[in-house]
Design a protein around this ligand. Structure first.
Ligand code: MCA
Ligand code: AMP
Length: 499
């Protein structure tokens, strides 16, 4: 899908990044070089599913690393740009990465991690004057693993969700058809490139149809508005927190700017929101600003996009819409009963070709995430109205939080906090918040209140081990945590106490 007949769009601009414009031909050539290099070290044989971790700013280098890995038969493992050293080491070792491709900005990190992993480091600068000795490229087969995305769960550290080429092609095909992606589409990309939202929904869909993608190095609301005015974008996709930030910036703009901003977004053909619940208030204000009724959809790392409001047809506020073509969705009650009637809550379960193959190296966790009859258990709870539209109500687990569109495991954060010498007990919870969705808050019982660190000190300490977005925004102190008869912390009570 990405490479078939790519020659037909060679001359077209595929990407704009900080370095300038890149045609499809330029991307292809760069990817080709990387693939040749990777295969040279394997006697010109494909990598056969070896993992290639890679880290690059949102630039043509990122796409070249992704495509190059695929052309060499490897599994692409994008690494978050905000991970501190221990998270990167965990990922490289957990993925058993053969290679770690990096652009210049990550060389200090590479140096700091020397000796802590087995991956061979490839500094992408070498490709500036590299001439491939052969052209041993063959297109990957559909059943070959293509992409591994790390995602937090209810147990332990993040797991690598393995998606095959068939999964990705099916996900892209679903969205291209549902949202009518086309070659003349033009999108501003502001999302991180280690999650499905930024990788599949925006980047891969765009590249598959020959559209043009403008990368913004870092999300900044004012800059996004400026770009909207400067360029003729047709599409935009983001998480609710980003729409909230854009609203805030619009409200703090001059009268003339507001008119220009609203005019610019009004010309787009589609604006999509997802990854976390879109508050009705945000939907309403955005509608006034842009004349767009944001298209809300629902997805997950393991399943891609499953449910979406329609491009044409009725979009309902507060609803994530209807199952996408080729995706089967059902609701299941607590006793395992199938829910047929409207307005009754149950767990969302999904079956489709879009669904991931496995958690890397975790056959038991993989098996547990499916029912005996092959439906993926999302852990999300929803109801359906009489017209079949789904409304998400919450999650089965209070330990999975969504902050600014990022999934955070409360247990993973607690585990880190408990390593601090002054922390006796700790409970990490999500508090409802208009901007962030769940605001992550840690409630800590100190060993010794006199020597306890300040909230700021504890947060800075935690950033050595956790990506900054996982570090709780607030730290509260308690004398004890509410526990049930079994001694387990009752998270709902913790939330009640701090509200
Ligand atoms: C940044 N910070 C955060 C978050 N983002 N803290 C909690 N939650 C966050 N999401 C921290 C920063 O480290 C910093 O900490 C402080 O907040 C302020 O940073 P700021 O510069 O204001 O934030 P930002 O860098 O502008 O980031 C906000 C953001 C970003 C643009 C909304 O969070 C973002 O890109 N979110 C999108 C995530 C996403 O794409 N999720 C999709 C995965 P300090 O002050 O301590 O330094 S879900 C998915 O793929 C599924 C399939 C789906 O359905 O889509
Ligand atoms: P992730 O595993 O990071 O891909 O996050 C997937 C989770 O994000 C889902 O299981 C949902 O809990 C949540 N999610 C995604 N889209 C929406 C949405 N439109 N509304 C509410 N929650 C959402």
């Amino acid at each position: 899908m990405f490479f078939n007949r790519i020659e037909a769009r060679f001359a077209k601009i595929a990407l704009r990044d900080i370095a300038g414009e890149h045609t499809y031909q330029m991307l292809w050539a760069k990817a080709h070089n990387i693939a040749s290099y990777l295969q040279e070290a394997r006697a010109n044989k494909p990598l056969q599913g070896e993992r290639v971790a890679f880290q690059a700013l949102p630039t043509a280098d990122y796409v070249a690393m992704l495509w190059g890995t695929w052309l060499a038969g490897g599994v692409a493992v994008p690494v978050s740009l905000s991970y501190p050293a221990p998270e990167v080491v965990y990922l490289l070792n957990n993925a058993q990465a053969s290679y770690w491709l990096v652009s210049e900005a990550y060389l200090p990190l590479v140096q700091a991690l020397e000796g802590q992993h087995e991956a061979e480091v490839i500094d992408i600068q070498i490709f500036a004057d590299y001439a491939p000795t052969s052209l041993p490229i063959s297109l990957p087969t559909p059943d070959l693993p293509a992409l591994m995305i790390y995602t937090s769960g209810t147990t332990g550290k993040p797991k690598g969700a393995v998606l095959t080429h068939e999964n990705l092609q099916s996900q892209v095909k679903t969205l291209v058809e549902a949202w009518e992606w086309a070659i003349d589409d033009h999108i501003l990309h502001v999302l991180p490139l280690h999650h499905i939202h930024g990788v599949v929904n925006v980047l891969l869909c765009g590249l598959a149809v020959g559209a043009t993608i403008d990368f913004l190095p870092k999300f900044e609301a004012k800059e996004v508005w400026k770009r909207f005015v400067e360029r003729d974008y047709t599409l935009f996709m983001a998480v609710p927190t980003i729409y909230n930030r854009l609203i805030e910036a619009w409200e703090h703009s001059t009268e003339v700017e507001r008119i220009n901003y609203s005019h610019a977004v009004g010309k787009m053909r589609l604006m999509v929101s997802g990854s976390a619940a879109l508050p009705t208030k945000t939907l309403d204000i955005w509608r006034k600003i842009s004349r767009h009724f944001l298209l809300e959809r629902y997805g997950m790392t393991e399943i891609g996009m499953a449910i979406s409001n329609p491009l044409r047809g009725v979009r309902k506020a507060g609803s994530v819409g209807l199952p996408l073509a080729g995706v089967q969705v059902r609701l299941v009650g607590e006793a395992g009963e199938l829910i047929d009637l409207p307005e009754i809550a149950g767990e969302v379960q999904v079956r489709s070709k879009n669904i991931f193959k496995a958690y890397w190296g975790k056959p038991e966790a993989t098996a547990e995430s499916f029912t005996a009859d092959g439906w993926f258990k999302t852990g999300d709870v929803a109801r359906r109205d009489s017209e079949g539209y789904y409304y998400l109500l919450g999650r089965n687990s209070t330990d999975i939080l969504k902050t600014g569109g990022y999934k955070v495991s409360a247990l993973e954060v607690e585990e880190v906090f408990l390593q601090h010498e002054q922390v006796a007990e700790c409970a990490v919870v999500g508090v409802p918040d208009e901007t962030w969705g769940d605001k992550v808050v840690a409630v800590v019982v100190w060993k010794d209140t006199i020597h306890a660190p300040t909230a700021g000190e504890l947060r800075e300490w935690a950033k050595q081990f956790l990506a900054p977005y996982k570090v709780p925004m607030e730290i509260k102190t308690a004398l004890a945590l509410p526990r049930n008869a079994m001694g387990k912390v009752v998270k709902k009570e913790v939330v009640q106490q701090i509200l």
